[in-house]
Design a protein around this ligand. Structure first.
Ligand SMILES: Cc1ncc(COP(=O)(O)O)c(C=O)c1O
Length: 492
C-alpha cells in the first residue's frame, strides 16, 4: 500500500489506482465517475494563496493530458519483461519485440490505417513526425505545400525548410475558408504536392473537414497530411482505405496528448514513400547491411526509426489507444460537447469577456472543447496567474505556438504586430498580445467549469486577493508573497 502523507503520496507503485467509492445519483454521473477513476492525479491538491489546498483543476489538456491508469498498469505489467528488441535473442527480448510490434498494429488500427499500403512509424511527438514527413516526401523548393493559417508552428516551420509554403485563407471567424483551398489548387496547379492541415485547431477547437479536403487534394493529384495532435484524443479518426478518395495519406499525432505521456508520437504514411532514399536520421537499426563504403537500407518502418526505439513509449501509446476505444470515442465526444456547451453558456455571462472563434453554445458538437478568451482590460498573463494562485486552476495563455493565427483572431494590424515583434526580439514580452485558453479532457466536469466561471466573475469584478508583479522579460505575473515549496510536492 502507498504511504499517504497529507498531500504527498510517497513511493506510489504504478499499480496503485485509488478506488474511491463512486458517490453518484445518475447514470451520467456514474459514467463520468468511471472515466475520472481512470485518470491519474485527479485527487491531487495544490496550494493556494490563502494558505488552503484544493484539488487541481486542469484545463490545459490541449497542451498535454494526464496519464490514464490503464497506461500505467500496462507498463507495470510490461516493465519486468522490458528488454532490447528485435536483435536480442533472450526470452525477454522476444516478449519486448512482440510488444513493440503489437503496439504498432494497435496504434495503426486505432487510426484505421491501411496497413497494406501504409506504414506506422514511431517518433518522439507530432513535431518530429512532421519534420520527418517534410524531409522524406522528396520535396524541392519549387514544390508548393498548402497549409492553413491556423496551423501550430510544428505543422508549418518544417515545411518552410523544404518547399514553398502557401497559406490558405481563413474566414473572419477564424475557421478555414474551404473555398480558398480550391482557389489555391487552381492557382498553383501541378506545383502543389501536399495539403497539410490540422484535424482540429489548438487555439479555437475548430474541426477541419479532413476527408472533404482529402478528396479535393487527390482530385488535384496532391497528397494530404492530417495533423491529428489535437483531434486524436477527442474524436474517432479513420484514415480510410487507400482507394477511397477521402483517404488520408499521412497522419501525425502525439501520445502525450492522448493520456500516455511517455515520449512517443506517430507518423503514418504511404509505405512506398519510405521505401525511397535515405532516412532523415541514419544509424543502428536503419540498415540491412553496411560495407566500408556502401549502405543497404532496411525497409520501413525500421529505416525510419534510427537507434534504440522507445519501446515503453510505444506500449504506453497502444495501451492508451485500447483504453480510449474501450471508453468509446463517441461517448467522450458527447461528454466534451456537453461540457463545451455548458462552459460557453456560462462564460458568456461574465462581464467584459471576449471569446474568440465560434462562441455559440449551439455549435458545441462541431468543435473541440478548446476555448480562447480575454477579460476586458486585463493582461492574459495576469488572468492565468490569478487562476492558478487563487483558484488552483491550470490554463495556458499567450499565442499557443500559433502566432499568425492568434494575431488574425485578435484582428491586430500589421504595424502594431511589427512593434510587438521588435519588443520580443529585444527580450521584452510584457506587452505581447495573447489569449487565455481553457481546454477540456474527457474527465473534466461541470463542477470544474462552475469553479472556473466563479473565479472569472471575481477576477472580472477586480476581486484579486494577491499583489501581483510582472516580469517584463517573460511577461509572467507572480504574487509577491506566494512561494510554495515545490520540493514538498515532488523532488527527485
Ligand atoms: C495542432 C498541433 N499540432 C502539433 C503540435 C505539436 O505537438 P508536440 O508538441 O507533441 O510535438 C501541437 C501541440 O500543441 C498541436 O496542438
Amino acid at each position: 500500500m502507498p504511504q499517504v502523507e497529507g498531500n504527498q503520496i510517497m513511493n506510489t507503485p504504478f499499480s496503485y489506482r485509488p478506488s474511491t467509492r463512486l458517490d453518484v445519483t445518475s447514470r451520467d454521473d456514474l459514467a463520468m465517475a468511471e472515466i475520472r477513476q481512470r485518470v491519474v492525479g485527479l485527487d491531487v491538491k495544490v496550494p493556494l494563496l490563502d494558505g488552503s489546498k484544493r484539488p487541481y483543476v486542469n484545463l490545459d489538456n490541449a497542451a498535454t493530458t494526464p496519464a490514464l491508469w490503464d497506461v500505467l498498469e500496462t507498463l507495470d505489467l510490461f516493465m519486468p519483461w522490458y528488454s532490447s528488441i528485435h536483435r536480442g535473442k533472450g526470452f525477454k527480448s522476444e516478449i519486448s519485440s512482440e510488444a513493440y510490434d503489437d503496439a504498432r498494429e494497435i496504434v495503426g488500427r486505432f487510426f484505421g490505417a491501411d496497413m497494406s499500403s501504409q506504414v506506422v512509424i514511431f517518433v518522439k511527438n507530432t513535431t518530429e513526425a512532421v519534420n520527418k514527413a517534410a524531409r522524406r516526401i522528396g520535396l524541392n523548393k519549387d514544390d508548393v505545400v498548402l497549409l492553413s493559417l491556423m496551423e501550430h508552428h510544428s505543422n508549418d516551420l518544417p515545411w518552410r525548410a523544404q518547399a514553398t509554403v502557401v497559406h490558405l485563407a481563413l474566414r473572419p471567424d477564424g475557421s478555414l475558408d474551404v473555398d480558398d483551398v480550391r482557389v489555391k489548387f487552381e492557382q498553383y496547379g501541378q506545383r502543389v504536392k501536399l495539403l497539410a492541415v490540422s484535424g482540429a485547431s489548438n487555439v479555437t477547437g475548430y474541426i477541419n473537414p479532413l476527408h472533404e479536403l482529402a478528396e479535393l487534394a487527390h482530385s488535384y493529384g496532391a497528397l494530404i497530411m492530417a495533423d491529428a495532435a489535437q483531434l486524436a484524443p477527442h474524436r474517432g479518426i479513420h484514415i480510410r482505405p487507400a482507394g477511397d478518395p477521402g483517404h488520408l495519406d499521412f497522419l501525425v499525432a502525439s501520445a502525450h496528448k492522448m493520456y500516455a505521456p511517455f515520449g512517443t508520437g506517430v507518423l503514418i504514411g504511404p509505405r512506398k514513400i519510405f521505401l525511397e532514399g535515405a532516412p532523415d536520421y541514419s544509424g543502428g537499426g536503419t540498415v540491412e547491411i553496411v560495407t566500408e563504403d556502401a549502405v543497404y537500407w532496411a525497409g520501413p518502418p525500421d529505416r525510419e526509426e534510427a537507434g534504440s526505439p522507445n519501446v515503453v513509449g510505444a506500449v504506453a501509446m497502444a495501451a492508451a489507444c485500447k483504453a480510449l476505444t474501450e471508453i468509446g470515442m463517441d461517448r467522450l465526444a458527447a461528454h466534451e460537447a456537453d461540457l463545451t456547451r455548458y462552459a460557453l453558456t456560462e462564460l458568456h455571462k461574465i462581464e467584459g469577456i471576449e471569446i474568440y472563434g465560434d462562441a455559440d453554445p449551439a455549435n458545441a458538437s462541431n468543435r473541440l472543447g478548446v476555448i480562447p478568451f480575454n477579460l476586458h482590460g486585463m493582461s492574459h498573463y495576469l488572468v492565468a496567474a490569478v487562476l492558478s494562485h487563487e483558484y488552483g486552476i491550470g490554463v495556458r495563455n499567450g499565442c499557443f505556438c500559433a502566432h499568425p493565427y492568434v494575431l488574425h483572431l485578435m484582428d491586430i494590424p500589421e504595424p502594431v504586430a511589427w512593434s510587438w515583434r521588435k519588443q520580443v526580439v529585444a527580450g521584452m514580452r510584457a506587452h505581447l498580445p495573447g489569449l487565455v485558453r481553457i481546454s477540456f479532457g474527457c474527465y473534466n466536469t461541470k463542477e470544474e467549469v462552475d469553479w472556473l466561471v466563479q473565479a472569472l466573475h471575481n477576477i472580472a469584478a477586480g476581486e484579486i486577493a494577491g499583489a501581483y508583479e510582472q516580469d517584463r522579460a517573460s511577461g509572467a505575473y507572480s504574487e509577491r508573497t506566494f512561494h510554495p515549496e515545490l520540493e514538498q510536492y515532488f523532488k527527485l
